[in-house]
Design a protein around this ligand. Structure first.
Ligand code: HEM
Length: 234
């Protein structure tokens, strides 16, 4: 590859006026947000691993329904739905190369696939247990399921906001707020799952760590969602 030579200095010492390309150092806000984003991604990976290890551990004892429940819920909520939220953040490396319109399509597709997996995973367990609403984990999981279905409808309303005759700003804010609640609920369910006798009894050394990772990953994901909302209405 031939590297072009640098532009020659004009005789009078002044370059012709034009858009100046200045390599300014990144602001401390940008650095903090980029680091926060990377840490959030790592924490989400760690939470996923903790849950998947549990699923694999119980596969020979509890049969496939229990493990499938964990796999589908965790991949749906913790992997896909969080990445769908993070994809719209300007601090997320993997989505930075896409235009805003493409990011919206990626967000939509990830939300739909994530929701389908999470709903299926929850339904499998609901049909698999004899009594419902017996634990904080189960109750929050069912609430998360209801909010996920409603959120999907909200997402479609957001898509057609210009045709509904309502100020699109309200629909976008409503969709974002509802989306935040929808992601908080499965994370709370997961925290109670890691706090359960089942998890603490099996992996006593990692329960507190898994809970801490889940809380911090949720905070990081919500931070990106809130900043996005503020940025859009500045
Ligand atoms: C984001 C992830 C998760 C969600 C949204 C979720 C959701 C649910 C739902 C909806 C139920 C049915 C509750 C009922 O019918 O009353 C349930 C039951 C159950 N889940 Fe999960 N789950 C998740 C992850 C996990 C993990 C990681 C574990 C294991 C550590 C687990 C263990 C259980 C157990 C033991 C039950 C049956 C007893 C109970 O209701 O607590 N779940 N879950």
């Amino acid at each position: 590859m031939v590297i072009p030579p640098p532009p020659r200095m004009p005789e009078n010492g002044n370059y012709a006026p034009g858009p100046a390309i200045v390599n300014e150092p990144p602001s401390s806000f940008l650095i903090v947000m980029n680091i926060t984003n990377i840490i959030t991604q790592l924490l989400l990976g760690a939470v996923t691993c903790c849950a998947i290890i549990t699923a694999n551990f119980y596969l020979p004892f509890n049969g496939t329904a229990f493990s499938t429940h964990i796999y589908l819920c965790v991949i749906g909520y913790v992997v896909l739905m969080t990445q769908a939220i993070l994809s719209l953040s300007p601090f997320t490396g993997w989505s930075n190369t896409f235009k805003h319109q493409d990011k919206k399509t990626i967000h939509l597709v990830m939300q739909i696939i994530g929701s389908i997996l999470a709903i299926t995973g929850s339904m499998i367990r609901i049909f698999n247990v004899a009594a419902h609403f017996q634990s904080a984990h189960g109750s929050l999981g069912i609430l998360a399921l209801i909010f996920t279905c409603l959120s999907l409808i909200g997402g479609v309303a957001n898509l057609y906001s210009h045709r509904l005759g309502v100020d699109p700003k309200f629909i976008i804010i409503g969709h974002a707020c509802f989306g935040c609640i929808t992601i908080i609920l499965p994370f709370l369910a997961l925290i109670f799952a890691f706090d359960s006798n089942l998890y603490r009894g099996t992996f006593p050394q990692t329960a507190n760590m898994a809970i801490t990772f889940t809380v911090l990953a949720l905070v990081g994901t919500l931070m990106a969602a809130c900043l996005n909302m503020v940025r859009r209405f500045k």
